[in-house]
Design a protein around this ligand. Structure first.
Ligand code: NAP
Ligand code: MG
Length: 499
């Protein structure tokens, strides 16, 4: 166990939380791992240890699953009215909002992201999601269905919670991913075992305190810290878990699927992407340049829907490339807790090595850096915002998800929308895309041709609790948010009565 050091820029509440002894939430109580093992949490701006958290293993996962099972099958939760569940979710949102600054600072020191971004996006979007889902609790209904002999039979459907849900989340938006997962599960009446990402456990652990404070019955939400293999895998495989919901890499998504096969639990997956931003010559170029730059550089490029393939029409290629590269060159890279910072470090040493490895591979294969291309600074996990040109469709940097601030700019010359869409769709992924044009007809014709769960027109990275989000192809199964996600947390039961 390493000794933690503490950033003096944290406010008192955030500093208090980082330095207190961290425990996991199982069955309503804060506990250590059964083995007593812990692991270190790092500040990605310095690479220094800031905290130690319990290392859950199969035995802890089992205890959490049993607590969730008991809470689902017995006790207060299944007897609660939908309106009471809604009030609990609303209370949780209020508590989170009341502690917004503390959460923003914890997210920044843990994940590296600029505190201003956490303050303006991560925390308020999580608050909003809980409120949106609080509203749904009382509106989950079945339907009456006129079957072929309507005077002889009465048929209707019920929507019931799927049961105990195992949820496994990544490190790019730690609090927001927890909210996306917990909100619909709790709104529909499920119980949860949530495994946080090893790199970023702090806001999830603080949220666990607020879950208790809000008054959720014990065992309804259990929160574990641990590694993918040690804690995630036994959760995905557990026979008493009815559904697993995962966000992370496509590679691990496939492992989740195999682990879930034992008891055929339901599976939803929100996986990687290699999303195209497509700039037509008639676009408002000022807007397209700043929008496509932000599409890739927001959150250090660690977004599953990052606009990492930038297609620019040849008529405006130089202007757009120049504009995006100029923005890349001016972004202030630094510690997330510095109020001037526009881009923080990558989340971990592993991610830093992955991203710089991809940049090197692109350059070695013949691409050129129109901006960036190197690490920034000499400590912490900082990478320069990077624009690669001269890439070809076969290159690894064009085909694989880099998950860092690296965009591959490519030109297109066609007017044929089918051909342009074929290029945009030439990927195993199908999470998101953006189309930049002032021609409404082109915009919507492209939207229909692109194979992805989200298409943004003249914008990118616009999220709302009411909008479904998820992937076509290898970007996933099912949807997060909106009314759509509720289908992923409920079973439909058809009831028929002979009259
Ligand atoms: P990852 O390995 O897919 O991790 C996501 C979550 O799954 C984490 O909680 C992880 O635990 C857990 N996990 C790992 N192996 C598991 C297993 N065998 N069974 C069950 N759970 C398991 O992602 P990563 O390693 O953090 O990042 C690798 C790459 O994934 C990134 O470079 C990026 O391309 C992609 N990624 C995509 C998203 C997205 O939003 N779509 C988010 C993050 C990463 P640990 O915390 O211990 O790893
Ligand atoms: Mg991993």
């Amino acid at each position: 166990m390493a000794t933690a050091s503490i950033d003096t820029r944290l406010n008192e509440k955030a500093a208090d939380f980082v330095t207190h002894k961290h425990r996991m939430l199982i069955g309503g109580k804060f506990v250590n791992a059964a083995s007593g093992k812990t692991f270190s949490v790092y500040d990605p701006a310095t690479g220094e240890v800031i905290a130690n958290v319990p290392e859950a293993e199969a035995v802890d996962v089992n205890a959490a699953v049993h607590a969730a099972r008991k809470a689902f099958d017995e006790g207060a939760w299944p007897r609660m009215t939908a309106s009471q569940r809604g009030r609990l979710l609303w209370k949780l949102a209020d508590l989170l909002e009341a502690n917004l600054e503390e959460f923003a600072q914890l997210e920044s020191i843990d994940n590296g992201k600029p505190v201003a971004v956490a303050r303006a996006a991560d925390v308020p979007l999580a608050v909003d999601l809980f409120r949106y889902m609080a509203g749904w609790t009382t509106k989950i209904t079945g339907s009456t269905i006129p079957i072929s002999m309507p005077t002889e039979y009465l048929s209707y459907t019920l929507r019931e919670p799927v049961g105990v849900v195992g949820q496994i989340i990544p490190w790019n938006f730690p609090l927001l991913m927890a909210a996306w997962k917990l909100g619909p599960a709790l709104a529909t009446g499920c119980t949860v075992v949530l495994k946080l990402a090893e790199q970023t456990p702090l806001t999830g652990l603080r949220l666990a305190e607020l879950i208790n404070e809000a008054g959720f019955p014990e065992g309804v939400v259990n929160v574990l810290t641990g590694f993918g293999e040690g804690a995630g895998a036994p959760l995905a495989a557990h026979d008493l878990v009815d559904k697993v919901a995962f966000t992370g890499s496509t590679e691990v998504g496939k492992l989740i699927l195999k682990a879930a096969a034992g008891n055929l639990k339901k599976v939803t997956l929100e996986l990687g992407g290699k999303s195209p931003s497509i700039v037509f010559p008639d676009a408002d170029l000022k807007r397209a340049i700043s929008g496509t730059a932000s599409a890739i550089f927001f959150n250090q490029g660690q977004c599953c829907c990052a606009g990492s393939r930038l297609f620019i029409h040849e008529k405006v290629f130089d202007e757009v490339l120049g504009g995006v590269s100029a923005i890349a060159g001016k972004i202030r890279v630094g510690s997330g807790l510095d109020p001037q910072t526009q881009m923080g470090p990558l989340v971990s040493d592993e991610q830093f090595r992955r991203v710089t490895g991809y940049i090197e591979s692109g350059l070695k294969e013949g691409a050129k850096a129109a901006a960036g291309g190197k690490r920034a600074g000499d400590r912490g996990y900082f990478v320069q915002p990077t624009v690669l040109v001269g890439t070809t469709p076969e290159m690894q940097v064009v085909r694989e998800e880099i998950f860092g601030p690296v965009v591959c700019a490519q030109r297109f010359s066609d007017e044929d929308l089918d051909k342009i869409a074929r290029q945009a769709n030439d990927t195993i992924y199908g999470l998101a895309a953006s189309v930049w044009t002032s021609n409404l007809s082109v915009a919507h014709k492209m939207a229909w041709r692109i194979k992805s769960g989200t298409v943004w027109i003249n914008c990118h990275n616009v999220f709302d609790a009411a909008l479904p989000f998820g992937g076509f192809k290898q970007s996933g199964w099912g949807r997060e948010m909106g009314a759509e996600v509720l289908n992923n947390y409920t079973e439909v039961k058809a009831v028929t009565t002979a009259l």
